[in-house]
Design a protein around this ligand. Structure first.
Ligand code: GRG
Length: 300
């Protein structure tokens, strides 16, 4: 078992679909505030993998939904992800000059514009989650459940809290429990919410939501562990940042605490658990299974 032979063609097709939808659903307005829209689009369209929006579509598919029906929600998640990267790169946070090999938003524009671009993307995400194109295909009660899910995962029960804990952990050794808290909140919460969002909009049964939630947590944790491994081992050119930069910043990472070999083993174990959670969905979860393999094997 492993990646389907045509996985990368499939991935490219889905990435193109997301890119077209982002252009359609995120405004690029002329006028006195045009710089804001340019900055938002600069970061939004700068070559992200689109993992989270593709998970939204694959989550819908797993419970019998049509991927194109959840596109506004998929774009909303990518807006939130992009906002988090823009703010994370700011001097007050990680102070990074490069993201995906290009100048970060505050370097290409300026700090105030980058803050507002992040704010604009986060706010627009909730406009998209309540979009009439979603309301046309799904009951509004499903939209409301999706909005609640995303607000929790992006905010105080997820990413924002995880980012705070991560910043507070900088420069000192953290316990395994603290590291697990950081990973779960900062990274895994939004990844889990992406899968669940597609399923919830489509009208998933409680047992389906439980299984997809489990899958989401597992691949979310695996994603962060692999990210830490790549940061340690990949070269400067591919990542656009110095080798081991998170380690040099004395960040809480899995390899720093447990070593490289144990980190690889942990990620593999999580992949197996994620695949096991997909069993009840049969062939409808093929995309989700492929994405789990991709999370483990990715090089970028
Ligand atoms: C500022 C509230 C706030 C949160 C920031 C996302 C985040 C929290 C910090 C980014 C630091 C980081 C590198 C976290 C590791 C996980 C992660 C989000 C990696 C980047 O995601 P990818 O690889 O990015 O999906 P692409 O470039 O493909 O979109």
């Amino acid at each position: 078992m492993g990646l389907s032979p045509n996985f990368f063609d499939w991935l490219k097709e889905k990435q193109d679909l997301v890119n077209r939808a982002l252009k359609a659903y995120v405004p690029l307005l002329e006028g006195p505030a045009s710089r804001l829209f340019e900055a938002m689009h600069y970061s939004l369209m700068s070559g992200g993998k689109r993992l989270r929006p593709i998970l939204v579509m694959a989550g819908a598919e797993a419970v019998g939904g049509r991927p194109e029906h959840v596109l506004p929600a998929a774009c909303a998640i990518e807006c939130i992800h992009t906002y988090s990267l823009i703010h994370d790169d700011l001097p007050a946070m990680d102070d990074d000059d490069l993201r995906r090999g290009k100048p970060t938003c505050h370097k290409a524009f300026d700090e105030a514009t980058a803050i507002l671009a992040g704010d604009g993307l986060l706010t627009h995400a909730f406009r998209l989650l309540s979009h009439e194109d979603l309301a046309q295909n799904f009951p509004e009660v499903n939209l409301l459940e999706g909005i609640r899910l995303v607000a929790e995962a992006a905010g105080l029960y997820g990413m924002v809290a995880g980012q705070m804990a991560d910043l507070l952990a900088e420069g000192r050794k953290v316990s395994p429990e603290e590291l697990a808290f950081i990973h779960r909140h900062k990274t895994a919460a939004l990844i889990r919410a992406s899968v669940l969002l597609g399923a919830i909009l489509t009208g998933a049964k409680p047992e389906d939501k439980e299984a997809l939630s489990s899958y989401g947590w597992k691949i979310g944790h695996a994603f962060q562990i692999v990210d830490d491994i790549l940061d340690l081992t990949a070269d400067e050119k591919t990542l656009g940042k110095p080798v081991g930069s998170d380690i040099r910043k004395k960040k809480a990472t899995y390899p720093a605490l447990f070593g490289l070999a144990a980190s690889r083993e942990k990620a593999k174990g999580l992949l197996e658990e994620a695949l096991a959670a997909l069993y009840p969905f049969g062939s409808r979860a093929k995309a989700l299974a492929d994405i789990a393999f991709y999370v483990l094997e990715r090089k970028l």
